[in-house]
Design a protein around this ligand. Structure first.
Ligand code: URA
Length: 301
């Protein structure tokens, strides 16, 4: 039977193949186990382990730091690493009042009193969502998709809204976008069971359209309480609606990603929604770069 590591390698190889199809010339494993050069659409060929990769963009997180931080990776400790410069900012760090924090002034969406503050467990909050009629999406749902994962997660992912598969199963990110998210998590050596995954709204919008402002406003107190109870140190927002809602700012994904938004010891790292990469492979590379930052911050949280 294939070991977990073999399986992860297979998934990573598949991910590299997809990057190759997207026209990437060269990709790097965050573990440093291999440096892979992709020639056109050819299959990836692993070169000698231990080759030190160069960063490809000024804002890209340090791959060598991620490698050094990756626990238990064969060869990870022996690969020559460039000198660490922990003080050198690798990404732009923006100090903010996060929209969901108690001190936020940017958005009062999260501050509305809903009585959810009385819920001291995720189960209690979930029980409050079951019969929720706060917006018209209640009429079309099969299931409320509350969220899933480790209630003590240091890393939380926040997506947009349930799709068809999620609505049927009542679990976030189980459809095609979820399967891609799983592959990215595996390649980044992040266990899905260790993190928590939720959406800004809990019910599926018709035809998977973007959530409306009134729907987000009606639903966001649930997410606010989830975040307060889980108290993650790193939050990755997937896509524009989640990023704008949690940061309380307007902007394009291109302008907001590649940066880290920090309040106290909480870091928000936005990236493109995996569904964007399913539609257009050009998003895979920036997503991968963002995941290296996520991995690094998660490992040190
Ligand atoms: N897209 C999302 O944003 N969330 C899901 O749960 C599934 C797809």
């Amino acid at each position: 039977m294939a070991s977990g590591r073999d399986e992860a390698r297979k998934l990573a190889a598949e991910y590299f193949r997809q990057l190759g199809e997207a026209g990437e010339a060269e990709v790097y494993m965050p573990s440093g186990e291999m440096r892979t050069r992709l020639e056109g659409r050819a299959s990836p060929v692993a070169s000698q382990s231990g080759t030190s990769p160069e960063p490809s963009a000024a804002t890209a997180p340090s791959r060598t730091d991620a490698r050094a931080a990756a626990p238990g990776v064969p060869g990870g400790g022996s690969a020559p690493a460039p000198p660490k410069t922990p003080d050198a900012p690798e990404v732009e760090i923006i100090r903010v009042k996060l929209a969901f924090s108690s001190e936020a002034t940017t958005s009062d969406m999260f501050a509305k009193s809903t009585g959810l503050e009385a819920c001291t467990t995720l189960e209690e909050v979930e029980a409050r969502t079951v019969g929720c009629q706060n917006c018209e999406l209640a009429g079309g749902r099969t299931n409320v998709v509350f969220g899933a994962g480790n209630p003590n997660a240091r890393l939380m992912f926040v997506g947009e809204a349930p799709g068809r598969d999620e609505d049927i199963q009542g679990i976030p990110f189980v459809g095609r976008a979820g399967q891609l998210l799983n592959k990215i998590l595996e390649a980044a050596e992040i266990e899905r069971d260790d993190v928590y995954i939720a959406n800004i709204i809990k019910c599926r919008p018709p035809n998977n359209r973007t959530p409306l402002t009134n729907e987000i406003e009606a639903c966001i107190p649930y997410l606010g309480r989830q975040v307060a109870l889980i108290a993650p140190k790193v939050i990755c927002t997937l896509g524009l609606p989640a990023t704008q809602t949690l940061l309380g700012i307007r902007g394009s994904m291109g302008s907001m990603r590649g940066k880290m938004y920090v309040e106290g010891d909480v870091k928000v790292i936005p990236t493109y929604h995996p569904a964007a990469a399913l539609r257009d492979p050009k998003y895979k590379r920036p997503i991968w770069d963002d995941f290296q930052l996520i991995k690094r911050e998660y490992d040190s949280a």
